[in-house]
Design a protein around this ligand. Structure first.
Ligand code: NAD
Length: 476
């Protein structure tokens, strides 16, 4: 068994206890993890709090912070194979996906390295003689970054990068189900040369470690990615200290295919939109809304492609589809699909037992056109299940797309430019992809409407989330 420690105040330590991390492809324990409880969390926050005001960090120029982040980006690249190996081993996400993801994790750190010295205040043209007035952008303080299991390195990079660029310090909490990539990444923080305490990495369970962290009076901002139910706990916890929150939550993203779409390319995009990461992605295009007139043709193409997907061991490059991360995920998905079938959904492919150990569930498509409120249409499954609902016309497509408490992402497939604009404007969604899906860039803000959360990650917007504005008046 490999073992992983907590990273507090620049030192690795063993924690209050240990627990095992399971390999999703076998269901067996493969790593021993140090667990943070109240004492470790309190010491991590104290370290971050001290580091925030210590001259080694406070007096560092913005461009010097940028250089440290640049070094971190280089180290991520140099250690990409090991980081991808751990992410694959711990989450079951296939190696081709984790390798590709690590490459853009480095790009995010590089982007925020460049942004560190570009967070400018403004000079205000106040209508008063003998007065100069300006604003300064100042870091908010200690940030608690709470990360879900599905993409530890990416979902932490989109918080750590902008928070450090802004001059904040952090306590990063890795998810207990797959903490190893982030605990291993902590070594790179030390190697990059960040002063002790500037970025601490811990893990532990939500109810203990997470609660102590999010109720801590010295935490100024909680940057959370995870499910809406956990988000409600966290917002309640934040109320005590009125700490600021940014919430990146789930989705039930519509993938809309109009009759004039390029059906071949839409089918390719749909397969990747829902089945990448075995569907365990917040932006998964999990609701296919397809024009009635092309439905049969489109679904036939889709089923044919899905049935060719190669299910296998996540470590092998030939594998196109791996296991789910946890046994709980698998049984929840099985139950919701069974419930949808009982409600009248029609099984087009999938929902069979995969003949492998571990937490495998196959790519599944359900036609829910007759049951548009079926459990699989309404709930985020966070798994490889596509629910199909057909629509009559554009207004019907928009109504169905917006008929969700979530609003994270949407895909619009049409060759009619005017329609693409009209539909995009009408969608209640933080991201809209037109004739493509799942494109991300460090330059592009990302976040949701409604139950998908608030605040933005990516772009300048993310860095500004970690700052507060000070207005200065000078009598000349
Ligand atoms: P989760 O909400 O169960 O857990 C996320 C993190 O919160 C974990 O680190 C967990 O330990 C911690 N946590 C749990 N209870 C806590 C508490 N009371 N106080 C503080 N921390 C607590 O989510 P998950 O199952 O790990 O991830 C799946 C969810 O994340 C899905 O809903 C998915 O859509 C969402 N997600 C969203 C995005 C996005 O960017 N919008 C990206 C990936 C995943």
């Amino acid at each position: 068994m490999e073992s992983f420690k907590l990273f507090i105040n620049g030192q690795f330590e063993s924690g209050a206890a240990t627990f095992d991390s399971l390999d999703p492809a076998s269901g067996q324990p493969w790593a021993t993890i140090a667990e943070a409880r109240a004492d470790e969390v309190n010491r991590a926050v104290a370290a971050a709090h001290r580091a925030f005001t210590a001259p080694e960090w406070r007096d560092l120029t913005a461009s010097a912070r940028g250089k440290l982040l640049m070094r971190l980006a280089d180290l991520v690249e140099q250690n990409a194979d090991e980081l991808a190996r751990l992410e694959t081993q711990d989450t079951g996400k296939i190696i081709r996906e984790t390798r590709a993801q690590i490459a853009y994790v480095a790009e995010y750190y590089r982007y925020y390295a460049g942004l560190a010295d570009k967070m400018e205040g403004r000079v205000l043209s106040i209508d008063k003689a003998d007065t100069e007035t300006w604003t300064r952008r100042e870091p908010v303080g200690v940030v608690a970054a709470i990360i879900p299991w599905n993409s530890q390195l990416f979902l932490s990079a989109v918080k750590i990068g902008p928070a450090l660029a802004a001059g904040c310090t952090l306590v990063v909490k890795a998810a207990e189900s797959a903490p190893t990539p982030l605990l291993a990444f902590a070594r790179l923080i030390a190697e990059a040369g960040f002063p002790p305490g500037v970025c601490n990495v811990i893990t532990g369970f939500g109810a203990s470690c997470g609660t102590v962290l999010t109720t801590h009076p010295d935490v100024a901002h909680i940057a959370f990615t995870g499910g809406p139910e956990t988000a409600r706990h966290i917002v309640r916890n934040s109320a005590e200290n009125l700490s600021k929150t940014t919430l990146e939550l789930g989705g039930k993203s519509p993938f809309i295919v109009f009759e004039d779409a390029d059906l071949e390319s839409a089918a390719n995009a749909q397969v990747a939109a829902i089945f990448a990461a075995s569907g365990q992605s917040c932006v998964a295009g999990s609701r296919l809304l397809v024009a009635e007139s092309v439905k049969d043709r489109f679904l036939a193409t889709l089923v044919e492609r899905v049935e060719r997907i190669v299910i296998g061991a996540p470590q092998e490059m030939a594998t196109q589809f791996g296991p789910l991360c946890t046994a709980q995920q698998k049984s929840r998905i099985e139950q919701l699909v069974a419930q949808s079938l009982d409600q009248g959904a029609r099984l087009l492919t999938g929902h069979y037992p995969v003949d492998r150990p571990g937490f495998y569930y196959p790519p599944t498509i359900l036609d829910c056109s007759e049951t548009p409120r079926a459990a699989s249409v309404v709930n985020e499954l966070f798994g490889p299940v596509l629910s199909v609902v057909s629509f009559r016309d554009e207004a019907d497509a928009i109504r169905l797309a917006n008929d969700s408490a979530y609003g994270l992402a949407a895909g619009v497939f049409t060759q009619n430019l005017a329609r693409a604009h009209r539909v995009t404007k009408a969608l209640r969604s933080g991201v809209v992809w037109i004739n493509t899906y799942r494109m991300v860039s460090p330059l592009a803000p990302f976040g949701g409407y409604g139950l998908s959360g608030h605040g933005r990650e990516g772009g300048m917007e993310a860095a500004l989330e970690f700052t507060t504005t000070k207005t200065v008046w000078l009598r000349t």
